[in-house]
Design a protein around this ligand. Structure first.
Ligand SMILES: Nc1ncnc2c1ncn2[C@@H]1O[C@H](COP(=O)(O)OP(=O)(O)O)[C@@H](O)[C@H]1O
Ligand SMILES: [Mg+2]
Length: 260
């Protein structure tokens, strides 16, 4: 099997007529974990939403190739089937559907008709992964995210990731609002996925998650595009100096609104 590749080229995205993402380029290969950092409102979540096909986010230019297929030409469910996964900054509740049913439907959706996961195998896998995340068994039969605490929702997103085994995952602020123990099991889940068949983009404000998940590359996004790329030391530097120092160094002015 060849190593999967995700190539985002010259992505431009508008929201409600306002140009937010302007020339975003990024390549991730299977086996790699990248971190995307940047100040609030710079367009990080917008990149994620556009890749997943959220209707509010209009791609005005660029391509997102997953193994040479343009995700942007696909319907939303096809994108997931092609092997991309998004853990959202604000996971939604799915009332009336249990976690277990939700996961089995999603897995079978990816596997396709005639190739469904055998029930026993599904139950065993779910059991194993929930144990690894130290999730109570009861969570399998609870409605998706309904009444879950913030931390439980994030843990559930990681469970979904581990069960679905996508080629690429985008984790949008999976660490926000988590205490240190919760951070550790998020990291444990993501690290357990590490293989050349899996690549990951971690969107985060803080470098502390990166103490537990070591990124191969760190990218800094400002004003709608990546302005600097480095190794893990870049995240440490940002933590110390903040974004203003880097802005000055790179000669970046504060953003002005651009009409699309
Ligand atoms: N659904 C939306 N409706 C209106 N404006 C939006 C929407 N999503 C994002 N934006 C705007 O786009 C800009 C970038 O937002 P976002 O991508 O969430 O930034 P980040 O994730 O980097 O903090 C912000 O100015 C934000 O207000
Ligand atoms: Mg965001």
């Amino acid at each position: 099997m060849t190593v999967p590749e995700l190539k985002i080229k010259d992505l431009h995205v508008s929201v409600e007529g306002k140009s937010i993402v302007r020339g975003f380029d990024l390549e991730i290969k299977g086996g790699e974990i990248h971190a995307l950092m940047g100040p609030n409102g710079t367009g990080k979540s917008t990149v994620a939403s556009a890749i997943m096909g959220h209707p509010k986010y209009e791609v005005t230019q660029g391509t997102v190739l997953l193994d040479r297929e343009n995700l942007l030409d696909m319907a939303v469910d096809e994108r997931a089937r092609a092997g991309i996964f998004l853990a959202m900054q604000y996971p939604s509740e799915v009332s009336g559907v249990t976690n277990a049913d939700f996961l089995r439907t999603a897995i079978n959706g990816r596997r396709g008709e005639g190739n469904e996961i055998p029930l026993m195998k599904f139950i065993k896998t779910l059991d194993k992964k929930m144990q690894m995340l130290e999730m109570d068994q009861a969570f399998a039969e609870r409605y998706v995210n309904e009444g879950f605490s913030g931390g439980e929702k994030k843990r559930n997103e990681i469970l979904q990731l581990m069960m679905l085994e996508p080629k690429f995952a985008i984790l949008d602020e999976i660490d926000s609002g988590l205490d240190i123990d919760a951070l550790k099991w998020v990291a444990k889940g993501v690290n357990s996925m590490r293989s050349e068949n899996f690549g990951c983009l971690i969107i985060t404000h803080y470098q502390r998650l990166l103490n537990y998940i070591k990124p191969d590359k760190v990218h800094v996004m400002m004003n709608g595009r990546i302005v600097k790329t480095g190794g893990p030391e870049l995240a440490l530097r940002l933590e110390e100096e903040g974004y203003d120092g880097m802005k000055a160094e790179l000669g970046i002015k504060d953003d002005e609104t651009v009409e699309a």
